[in-house]
Design a protein around this ligand. Structure first.
Ligand code: SAM
Length: 348
């Protein structure tokens, strides 16, 4: 069988003309935090059954998956979870992924999203293995607010120390994901923006999303992107900046006084499905073509059935060619009650 596409040709587009550009790979469904909006501890307690090891993709399987996606045009890989840094020997996987090349011979944009708790220990090894950048999630600089949100009383200072370790290791620019929830951490927004301006990290404010079902999401807890931008613009003058590439999730804003930039991810109030070029692989090898998907495609079954590389790449190409997802554009009261996979399981 011939390869799905020739090297150098990477134009696989879905039913809405969207190319396959980004792949998010979840390396574990486990996490050491219990964020109220993602893995609330009332549901994900000590008895919760996470995936047994045999069901989680091995590093060799993850590398094979990534290689197939790169052949189909993916240029950006993001490692996520669960908490990716709880996966044992993660730098080994990073070095395997860093060795992959695009069909034109170029390097991949390889990055990782983490809660930052283990960065002090792991940042140098990750950088040496070939990781380029990191995004660290941090919802407040106020310990009381942050503890209430992370569910395990994790101190802000330890995340800040992890961010310093990432910067020291050269994993820059560091981006900071902040989920903004009405009545919970809105008051943390301006202190976070001021801190980001001072330290040179890039703050990205995320609208609270209706992913999964465990978080009891309500629309009135979403702080709309427009409100976030207005609050920051009232403190420092800002102007809109161009997206870095088609499908970039964050709307970008630049401080006109030279204080850097910030981003806003407005998945709820200004959906960007039209430009969504992302695929997601869960820790057990399910391929999801939308963050709000109810079900996925079992790539692990294909991998473990002895399929050739060419057949495996073909199967992924067929799935992408048939993709028509645009959940956020058609979101309504009715759709928010439909079954959905939890974000920690799919890979955020
Ligand atoms: N454990 C890692 C971390 O903390 O960054 C990676 C996985 S986490 C699921 C990825 C991102 O999803 C985090 O920035 C988290 O804040 C965000 N997230 C989780 N649930 C969310 C929700 N309901 N709405 C918006 N963002 C959410």
């Amino acid at each position: 069988m011939t390869p799905a596409i020739e090297p150098g040709e990477h134009a696989v587009e879905d039913l809405l003309g969207r190319p396959l550009h980004d792949l998010r790979i979840s390396v574990t469904d486990r996490c050491n935090f219990r964020c109220t909006y993602c893995m609330p501890k009332e549901i994900f307690g000590p008895d919760f059954a996470f995936l047994p090891k045999a069901e989680v993709l091995s590093f060799e399987e993850i590398e094979r998956v990534a290689r197939a996606f790169v052949e189909l045009g993916v240029e950006k890989l993001r490692i996520t979870g669960g908490e990716p840094l709880v996966r044992r020997d993660l730098p080994v996987l990073i070095s395997m992924l860093a060795a992959l090349r695009r069909p034109d011979g170029g390097e991949l944009d390889l990055t990782l999203t983490t809660n930052g708790s283990a960065l002090r220990k792991l940042a140098p090894a990750l950088r040496d293995a070939g990781l380029r950048r990191v995004t660290v999630s941090l919802d407040s600089l106020d310990d009381a607010v942050f503890s209430a949100m992370n569910g395990v009383d994790f101190p802000v200072a330890k995340v800040l120390d992890g961010i310093d370790a990432a910067i020291d290791a050269g994993l820059a620019p560091v981006k900071i994901n902040m989920v903004v929830r009405r009545g919970i951490n809105e008051s943390s927004l301006l202190p976070m923006a001021a801190w980001a301006r001072e330290t040179g990290v890039i703050l990205r404010c995320i609208e609270y999303m209706d992913v999964g079902h465990s978080n009891g999401w309500r629309l009135d807890e979403v702080v709309p992107a427009a409100e976030i931008i207005a609050a920051i613009a009232a403190a420092w003058p800002v102007e809109a900046a161009e997206p870095a590439y088609r499908g970039e999730v964050a709307g970008r804003w630049r401080y006109t006084d030279g204080g850097g930039e910030f981003g806003v991810i407005s998945s709820v109030t200004q959906p960007f499905c039209r430009d969504c070029t992302r695929a997601r692989i869960s820790a057990e090898g399910m391929l999801y073509t939308c963050l709000f998907a109810a079900d996925g495609h079992d790539l692990r079954a294909i991998l473990r059935s002895g399929a050739s590389d060419a057949d495996f790449t073909d199967a992924i190409e067929t799935i992408w060619l048939r993709r028509g997802d645009r959940y956020s554009e058609i979101r309504s009261e009715a759709t928010s009650r439909l079954p959905r996979i939890e974000m920690f399981a799919m890979g955020g």
